[in-house]
Design a protein around this ligand. Structure first.
Ligand code: AMP
Length: 586
């Protein structure tokens, strides 16, 4: 196909308001494309040269593109810039300045190759070479072709459709309707490269699509979780039993590893991690299928030691404090999202990846196995390699059948300051790219059906970590009065403003006592660092009340937040145990 023809199609799509019509035009474009160029046509019409995760970027700023347009059209840079400021689109700018040339005959593949070379050029002098080559290419094109090409390097093609429209259009090309979309989408979910899907469809038809399997190096679209409010509902949805895992709050990491391929690291500084040892292929993808490999040198290193030929693992990476060994919040983990200074940050804020699934092992895709079977394989490979991959950890898991077992585990993960838990159906296959009830998230604050607030006594506090060391307090223990005893109901460590932390610390100082007051009944696992005499009453807002094995009231508040200090209330006026029982049942 001539590039000119592709440009005419792109122009038609751009001027088509209806999605259905757009799909039909795209289908026509795919029909006219040759087998060996369909992948390129797909990428180019999406404004790219490859799937996004390949990271093929031009690194040309709009300012550079202005210079390129000036050079290729022989106009002054300031004229081009003025037009850009007026029109706001580089494609329209070049169209205005360019005299149409109809004698050029470059094919889609020719233009693609040239663009690819320009994008891949790197190192000293590459910027100047890119400008020169890009100007030469634009000079050779007619004005409509130039309009679309000028937008690609600055990521501004945006014709208003995505990978999914491409799948619809492929179906349309064959059947004039969207009937093949589910099968095409299944293939795309397990092998998320739309160009590859289009190529297989064009060469082997729907039969070929049905045979598509995952491959190491190409992302599988992530499975996602639904939400439900009650453990009972979750258990029912999962046929009476489910696996529970802590839900860590970090970065989703789909780790691809292959011992038969060598690995090229872009960032040379990361090489120092390997002490000249062998480096096998690793690729890490985010939940949005971005290639995040370069962000995680410690995972790259740890994966090398897995005793497998190849594998695809699914997990969550979370930062920890190397001194206290405690896991950090998402806000702290997010510092690892960066392009430069990766190694320095990796030493300062190291992370571990909690692997919770395995999707491919030793040349076999595992997506159609049940979760239980996949978990058994995962345990085998991670246990076999135990102790070596310090950055790779098997996610904790228990199997529960009863709501109270569910609640106990939830209570436990909450007391560890984790985000909540993931319930997983044991006999479910891995449904790539789907959000359904095979996975259900159950997070702090999601239950939100506690209408009332609760008045409690502050019984002690825990010294802060991180930022909160400044306040001298990181969490506090609250309880209720039951006859003459003080029973705990909650440890509160989140949801306070800085002002409230300072205030509560000041108030606690006045009630500080070295010995635990004798009327306090506290599970020794949650003994506070500093005890407070009974005297400070706080009003607490929470999402629900649950049974608790940890708290001595046998009930606990979930997602408690400090509402205000109740200086107006006396100790006898704290919420009663029977009131809490009632709230539990309501
Ligand atoms: P959410 O982002 O709230 O929709 O929750 C789903 C996300 O939780 C997933 O995309 C993972 O990144 C993350 N996650 C953390 N721990 C787990 C786990 N044990 N199993 C599955 N996903 C997890």
């Amino acid at each position: 196909m001539k590039f000119k023809t592709l440009a005419k199609f792109l122009n038609k799509i751009e001027n088509t308001p209806s999605r259905l019509e757009m799909t039909a035009v795209l289908a026509d474009l795919f029909k006219q494309s040759q087998k060996d160029e369909i992948d390129k046509v797909c990428y180019l019409s999406l404004g790219r040269l490859a799937p996004k995760y390949e990271g093929i970027e031009f690194n040309l700023a709009e300012k550079m593109m202005v210079r390129i347009i000036a050079r290729s059209t022989k106009f002054e840079e300031k004229e081009v810039l003025a037009a850009f400021k007026e029109i706001g689109d580089l494609g329209d700018v070049i169209k205005r300045f360019k005299k149409t040339k109809d004698d050029f005959n470059l094919s889609v593949s020719d233009v693609f190759e040239m663009l690819f070379k320009i994008a891949q050029d790197s190192g000293t002098g590459s910027q100047e070479r890119k400008i020169k080559k890009m100007a030469e290419l634009l000079e050779k094109l007619d004005s409509l072709s130039a309009k679309y090409i000028a937008r690609i390097p600055v990521n501004r093609l945006r014709l208003g459709f995505s990978d999914m429209t491409v799948l619809d259009a492929l179906s349309w090309m064959e059947n004039q309707d969207k009937s093949l979309r589910p099968e095409l989408e299944r293939a795309f979910n397990v092998l998320a490269d739309v160009g590859k899907i289009a190529f297989v469809f064009k060469t082997k038809g729907i039969k070929g699509i049905k045979k598509i399997k995952s491959e190491v190096g190409i992302p599988i679209r992530a499975a996602l979780a639904e939400r439900l409010k009650k453990p009972e509902e979750i258990l029912e949805k999962m046929d009476g039993q489910c696996a529970l895992e802590p839900k860590m709050d970090g970065f989703r990491c789909q780790i691809h590893f292959d011992r038969s391929k060598k690995f090229k690291l872009k960032d040379e500084t990361n090489l120092s991690l390997f002490e000249n040892k062998e480096k096998y292929f690793v690729r890490i993808f985010s939940r949005n299928l971005d290639n995040t490999t370069h962000m995680f040198p410690e995972i790259i290193k740890a994966v090398q030691k897995l005793k497998v030929d190849n594998a695809i693992l699914d997990g969550e990476a979370i930062a920890f404090d190397p001194q206290t060994k405690k896991f950090l919040s998402f806000q702290e983990t997010v510092q690892r999202k960066r392009k430069h200074g990766i190694l320095e940050k990796a030493i300062e804020v190291p992370l571990k990846v909690f692997v919770f699934d395995i999707l491919y092992l030793n040349n076999k895709p595992l997506l159609n196995m049940t979760f239980k079977q996949r978990r058994t394989l995962l345990e085998k490979i991670l246990n076999k390699s135990k102790g070596e991959e310090k950055a790779i950890i098997l996610t904790r898991q228990i199997i529960v059948k009863k709501p109270n077992e569910f609640n106990q585990f939830f209570e436990k993960v909450v007391s560890e300051e984790l985000e909540g838990l993931m319930a997983k159906k044991l006999d479910a296959v891995y449904q790539a790219g789907n959000r359904n009830f095979n996975w259900v998230k159950y997070k702090v604050g999601m239950q939100s059906d506690l209408a009332d607030t609760i008045d409690c006594v502050v019984m002690g506090y825990y010294k802060g970590k991180g930022k909160r060391t400044n306040f001298g307090i990181g969490a506090f223990l609250v309880g209720i009065v039951d006859k003459n005893k003080f029973l705990t109901v909650s440890k509160i460590g989140i949801g306070l403003t800085d002002k409230q932390w300072r205030e509560i610390h000041k108030r606690c100082q006045k009630l500080k006592t070295y010995k635990k007051p004798k009327e306090y009944q506290v599970n020794k696992n949650i003994n506070p660092d500093v005890w407070c005499k009974p005297g400070l009453i706080v009003e607490i807002e929470a999402d629900t009340i649950t049974r608790s094995p940890i708290h001595t009231a046998k009930l606990a508040l979930r997602f408690p937040r400090l509402k205000r200090f109740r200086d107006d209330k006396s100790l006898n006026e704290t919420t009663k145990k029977n009131e809490l029982e009632r709230l539990l049942k309501s």
